[in-house]
Every structure is written in structure tokens, then in C-alpha cells.
Design a protein around this ligand. Structure first.
Ligand code: SF4
Length: 328
């Protein structure tokens, strides 16, 4: 591991000042992904700015009736929060499906957003990887690509985003609040992560001199009836082949409102806007759910080892929506 400077920020403003002072710095939350990457020399920062102690570690009610979650909160604390469990159960479920108990106890909310892909070739210094070394190629495209993207991929990268929590946040219309030298700004979570295009090494809209401060979730009363389902190769401590986060409101047998997002299928948490458009006003039945799943997955493309995920995603969507509709 390369030598690096270590600084601990007392508050958000001092974190920004430290970011400005150090060249090639990274922000350190729980370190559950970044430290691994540094050990492998995939990340080689000159400085770590420790933001794990910032006073951004609580959940508060927002004026509009939603919630504001501090960026330094531990993942476990969010999942166990009573209000989160009651009003946004899909978020609590998604977090508890991620990683292990020990990792969730260390990992922060902001770190969850900023974690890097788990593409095996990204972690293998001997492999070609445009994300690790722009312009070097992508060994996953003709390699073992069982875990890789079926939506929104490019000829430069087919990696998937590994987070479960972010899939739930995408379904909930969450906003990412960031602080930079010019003040605060908010980015919709669905726009915060980028598709790979020809710059897969640029993964988010966060600028190098900015800090994530909070995640704002709007009020969404029907999210009390929501569900996160994760399909994976083993029952715990595995990344999603496909996951579905959904909330649905049914009135007189028809879909009045729906939020749907997919994980494990793209370079970013994938909000299923096409499926949502298909569903609103349709009968809340298997036929409509199947039509919506078909519409969402119509542009999907499979490779040698991951084509099965297209059908898996469709069936998981239909299963989750069916279960929620039955409950409604
Ligand atoms: Fe690298 Fe992306 Fe290709 Fe994986 S899929 S090897 S992360 S460029």
C-alpha cells in the first residue's frame, strides 16, 4: 500500500478545507470498500480525510413530512430506525440484505453511495479494465460476465453497481445533498450515479471538491406497503444477480401509483420508469405486471454468461408486484 496522509475532519466545512488542501484525496467513512481497494493498490490516494466523525449521524423529519438521513450514519442504524421501518420498509430490508452485519455496522450512508463495482476484473491488476485504467480495455466483455449489466452498458464497461440501499433510495425518489466550495446542491439519486459510456472511471456526479451531507426522502405514504427482494447465488453476503425495490398503491383493483427500481442489472441503480408508465391505471394483476416487466426489459442485452438475468429480472418484478398487490 502506498503511503498517504491522514487527516480527521471535525465538521463539514473543515472537510472541504482539507479536500482543497490535499491533492488526490479521498474521503474516509467506514472504509469497508476504500481500504480494501487501497490494499490492492487500485485506489492510491495521497491523503485520506476521515469524515466518519462528522455531526451528520442522525435521522430527522423534514418539513415536507419526509426524512433526512445524515451521510455519516451507519447502515445498521438506518435499517433499525423505527420510522424507516414503518414508513419505508423497502429501505430497511434493502440495507439488511447487503453485506454482513459487521460491515453494515461500519459502513456509512455516503460510503454506500460511493462504493465501487465488485467486477472481478476491476480488482485484478493483471486484467484490462477501463474503469481502473482508462483506455486499457475490458476483459469482462469476453470473460466471465455472470454478474454484469444487462441494461445501460457500453462497449467500454459492463459493470454493475453493487449497492442494495441505493436501489431502494432510487425507488423512493431520494435526493442526494452535497456541499462544495460554492455551497449546497441537491442531485436526484437516480441521476447521481452515471452510466459507463466511454468514461466508466467517472461513476457519480459528485465533484472532487464536494462532500455528501444528507439523503432526503420525500413523503410517500404508500411506501408503507413496499418490498425489496434480492436474488443471489447464496443466502447471505453475496451481491445481487437481480434485485427489485417496489411500492404500489392499488385502488378499485387498479394501480394508482407505483415506484419500481432494479439492482444488479446496470452501472447504476436502475429506476424502472418504463414499467411504471405501463402500470399506472392498469389492472393490478399478473397480466399487467408481466407487460410492465417486458416493457422495462425490452432494451436489455445479455452476454455469454448473464443473459439469464433478463428473464430473472422479469419474473422477480412480477413476483414482487404480485405479492404487494395481494397485500393491498
Ligand atoms: Fe473494468 Fe468495467 Fe470491464 Fe469490469 S466491466 S473489467 S469494471 S471496464
Amino acid at each position: 500500500m502506498k503511503n498517504f496522509a491522514y487527516e480527521k475532519a471535525a465538521d463539514a466545512q473543515s472537510a472541504l478545507q482539507l479536500l482543497a488542501r490535499h491533492h488526490n484525496a479521498r474521503l474516509l467513512g467506514g472504509g469497508t470498500n476504500l481500504v480494501d481497494l487501497m490494499r490492492e493498490n487500485i485506489e492510491q490516494p495521497d491523503a485520506l480525510i476521515d469524515v466518519s466523525g462528522l455531526p451528520l449521524d442522525r435521522i430527522e423529519a423534514s418539513a415536507d413530512g419526509g426524512l433526512v438521513i445524515g451521510a455519516a450514519m451507519k447502515n445498521t442504524a438506518v435499517a433499525l430506525d423505527r420510522v424507516v421501518r414503518e414508513r419505508y420498509p423497502l429501505l430497511a430490508q434493502a440495507i439488511l440484505f447487503g453485506a454482513s452485519g459487521q460491515i453494515r455496522n461500519m459502513a456509512t450512508v455516503a460510503g454506500n453511495l460511493m462504493q465501487r463495482t465488485r467486477c472481478l476484473y476491476f480488482y485484478d491488476g493483471a486484467a484490462a479494465c477501463n474503469k481502473r485504467e482508462p483506455g486499457s480495455g475490458c476483459d469482462a466483455i469476453d470473460g466471465f460476465n455472470r454478474m454484469h449489466a444487462i441494461l445501460g452498458a457500453s462497449a467500454h464497461c459492463i459493470a454493475t453497481h453493487p449497492s442494495d440501499m441505493c436501489v431502494a433510495l432510487a425507488a423512493l425518489d431520494a435526493m442526494v445533498n452535497v456541499l462544495g466550495p460554492d455551497g449546497e446542491r441537491s442531485v436526484p439519486l437516480v441521476d447521481f450515479h452515471r452510466l459507463p459510456g466511454d468514461t466508466p472511471h467517472i461513476e457519480t456526479e459528485l465533484r472532487p471538491d464536494e462532500l455528501i451531507t444528507r439523503i432526503a426522502i420525500p413523503p410517500l405514504p404508500f411506501a408503507r406497503h413496499s418490498l425489496y427482494r434480492k436474488v443471489r447465488d447464496r443466502a447471505s453476503y453475496a451481491f445481487a444477480l437481480v434485485s427489485v425495490a417496489a411500492a404500489i398503491e392499488v385502488e378499485d383493483g387498479k394501480v394508482k401509483n407505483v415506484r419500481l427500481a432494479l439492482g444488479g442489472v446496470a452501472h447504476k441503480p436502475w429506476r424502472a420508469f418504463e414499467a411504471e408508465r405501463t402500470l399506472v391505471g392498469a389492472a393490478a394483476d399478473t397480466e399487467s405486471f408481466t407487460r410492465a416487466a417486458e416493457a422495462e426489459l425490452a432494451p436489455a442485452q445479455g452476454l455469454a454468461h448473464n443473459a439469464f438475468k433478463i428473464e430473472l429480472a422479469k419474473r422477480t418484478i412480477v413476483g414482487v408486484l404480485g405479492e404487494l398487490a395481494d397485500r393491498a
